[in-house]
Design a protein around this ligand. Structure first.
Ligand code: GTP
Ligand code: MG
Length: 244
């Protein structure tokens, strides 16, 4: 097969998302694949599977099969199964949860053991760390330099995103995939990955201002004046009373 034929062929990739419970793995994948987000936390049981087709660098089609693994009940054996023939691992942590960041070391150790001893694989696997929930600006406790330091020490790439707002999601996934294939995202690719927000245009109708007229009728005014006049004379006004 010629190089050009090889280049035009669809490429397939297996990407596995791992990390502690509640860090936002399911929502991140759903945001990326279906542009969906849910505030309600529904823990994943086992794993969920998704497929996303992307087109990068001169329309090279890439089919990304994504496995979203439960953060709570993942035994080493199950993890081994999910990691089988994986090309990319996204290790997700929550920028507002220190424990989830600290757990990255043990995730890395587990992955390393599985790849080395179980599969006997020495294949090329890319691991990246991703800090999620960057929209919670006031609650972030993992500093950017901390994450960068950890990534540098472990020779990993590092990203931050928000499954809620979608900030940096499409671009980062595309960048991770492109790096795996040694492709460089061109400016067109970057534009393609940044979704254009479509605002609905509705005609402007000026609000109807309801003014409550504050007035006292002439009748009320006369009535009050009569009351004051009578009071000064020690009298009381009744309906039939007439002032001389
Ligand atoms: N503010 C904010 N909340 C998020 C974000 N991503 C996820 N969440 C919330 O975090 C909670 C957990 O999200 P999930 O996606 O279910 O977490 P998970 O990592 O899949 O959890 P497990 O399946 O138990 O491992 C949910 O209540 C989400 O609404 C985010 O980017 N920003
Ligand atoms: Mg989940």
């Amino acid at each position: 097969m010629s190089d050009s034929e090889e280049d035009s062929k669809e490429k397939h990739l297996k990407l596995v998302v791992l990390g502690e419970q509640n860090v936002g793995k399911t929502n991140l994948v759903k945001k990326y694949c279906h542009d969906e987000f849910s505030r309600i936390y529904v823990p994943t049981i086992g794993a969920n599977f998704y497929v996303k087709r992307i087109s990068l660098a001169k329309n090279k089609d890439i089919i990304v099969r994504i496995t979203d693994v439960s953060g709570s009940e993942c035994t080493d054996q199950m993890l081994g199964t999910y990691l089988f023939k994986a090309n990319i691992v996204i290790l997700l942590y929550d920028l507002t949860n220190k424990k989830s960041f600290d757990s990255l070391t043990s995730w890395l150790r587990k992955i390393d053991q599985i790849l080395r001893y179980r599969h006997g694989e020495n294949r090329h696997i890319s691991i990246v760390i991703v800090g999620n929930k960057c929209d919670l600006e006031h609650r972030k406790i993992i500093r950017p330099d901390e994450a960068k330091y950890f990534a540098r020490e472990n020779k990993l790439y590092s990203y931050v995103m928000s499954a809620k707002t979608g900030e940096n999601v499409n671009f980062s996934f595309a960048d991770v995939v492109a790096r795996y294939f040694n492709l460089r995202l061109n400016s067109l690719d970057v534009d393609k990955q940044n979704p254009i927000l479509e605002a609905e245009i509705t005609p402007y109708t000026p609000p109807v201002v309801q003014c409550r007229r504050k007035f006292s009728s002439k009748k009320t005014k006369d009535h009050n004046m009569k009351k004051v006049a009578l009071k000064s004379r020690g009298l009381k006004l009744n309906r039939t009373c007439a002032i001389q």
